[in-house]
Unconditional design. Sequence first.
Length: 376
Amino acid sequence: MAGIYVHIPFCRSKCFYCGFYSVASLHLREPYVTALCREMELRKAYLSAQETIDTLYFGGGTPSCLPEEDIEIIIHNLTCHWKLSKQIECSIELNPEDATPDKLRGLRRLGFNRLTIGVQSFNDHVLKQINRTHTVARALAAIEQAAGCGFDNIGIDLIIGLPGYTTTDLEKDLCILNSLPLSHLSVYILSIDNNSVFEKLLQKGKFKPWEDDVLAEQYLLVSDYMKNIGFEHYEISNFAKNSKYSRHNTAYWQQKRYIGLGAAAHSYDLDSRQWNISNIKTYIDTLSKDQLYFEKEILTKRDKYNEYIMTGLRTMWGVSLEVLTTEYAEFWKDVVRKKDEWIDRGFMRETDRKLRLTERGWLISDDIFSGLFSLS
Ligand code: SF4
């Protein structure tokens, strides 16, 4: 089983917190779709034709800004090269302003069965401050319309730590969320990304991030609230109801094979990782000459151990002591004593021969990961 990720790097405008690779223009849309289809043709052997594709994810950027015809062309080409499972999880990221009834019906017709709607906040003032192009009313209508069109696996993204976004605002947002037909929440603590507008404002002293203890309080508030309303906190940033975990992202965390198509997209084949050039124009030009432009890293056993720690401990499933003491014993023996200290301090739990981080552990996960990594 394997996954396919399709990256659509176009946005209508640039959000102030965003450091992802995307451009605020659609003018290269057509040649980009042509290039994507060419990339599939050239890389079809990356995943075996026999392998069943279990998850398909359209991310961005803003994939929902593509017209239905373009998405149909992409899906048609995918099905020419790979065998999509009948039970495939087919997800697309959707901006609220794109969620018209026509668009939503079109996505259903194309086979999408999971939506991630980029809400970010249910506060219009905050949305303006981060340069989002939708309003709260539009986001609420998008969720209701999606449910009305038959989507029963709808998730939203929220960001905590935005300027002016208080704990009271967060409590109000969680109450609104609880009234909506949602089965998934991704919640991110604002990070100041390189090349984002917030990074520049910070450098000029025009932006003051919230203190760490406020962010920790808000993160734990979200976690408690979501658990009280029946969601599982299954990954550092993700909550799901009725086991509607993101199967696509869970496959990343469980080191399953996937191909990433499009500018800046990453791929993984169990032994190496590779990533396409992060430049739309170069991506299109290279593929128009039937060539690929990517970098590749072969993973050593040490890399695989480090990835196992980092991805496994992000999730509620944790890491297996069996795997650590057999497959990765040479690295684990040097750091094993640290786990007892984290268990004593309430950041980690050991049950059923599995190690898992607690919610407080997730808050300091970067420190825990770097403490357990094996460095050459
Ligand atoms: S957050 Fe999403 S919509 Fe906003 S600029 Fe980044 S990729 Fe585009």
